[in-house]
Design a binder for this molecule. Structure first.
Ligand SMILES: [Zn+2]
Ligand SMILES: [Zn+2]
Length: 96
C-alpha cells in the first residue's frame, strides 16, 4: 500500500470505496493509490472506514480484497447481523 493522504475537506462529493456511502463535500477523507487488476485507481474512504480496513488487514496479516459496499461504514463485519460495533452505532444514531 502506498502513502495515504488525508484530505481535510472534500471539494466535491465522493463515494467511499469501503462502505459505498457518500463522502460529502467538506468532510475529511483518506485516499491512496491502488494498483489493482484493472490498473491504478484512487481509493477514497471515510477515516473510520480506513481504520476498519487497516484493522481487518492486520487481523489477516496480509493485503485484503474487498468490494465497495461489502462492509458498513466504519466497520469490517461484512454486514453480519448482531455486530456489536454496528449495533452500537445504530443506537447512537437513534439518539441524535
Ligand atoms: Zn465509508
Ligand atoms: Zn459491523
Amino acid at each position: 500500500m502506498s502513502d495515504v493522504e488525508i484530505v481535510k475537506a472534500a471539494k466535491k462529493r465522493h463515494r467511499c470505496s469501503w462502505c459505498a456511502e457518500g463522502i460529502e463535500a467538506g468532510e475529511t477523507y483518506k485516499r491512496y493509490r491502488w494498483f489493482g487488476d484493472d490498473g491504478p485507481a484512487t481509493v477514497k474512504m471515510h477515516p473510520e472506514c480506513y481504520d476498519a480496513m487497516i484493522e481487518l488487514s492486520q487481523e489477516w496479516g496480509e493485503d485484503i480484497e474487498w468490494h465497495e459496499g461489502d462492509n458498513p461504514r466504519g466497520c469490517n463485519c461484512g454486514h453480519s447481523k448482531g455486530c456489536d460495533r454496528c449495533d452500537t452505532k445504530k443506537a447512537q444514531t437513534h439518539n441524535l
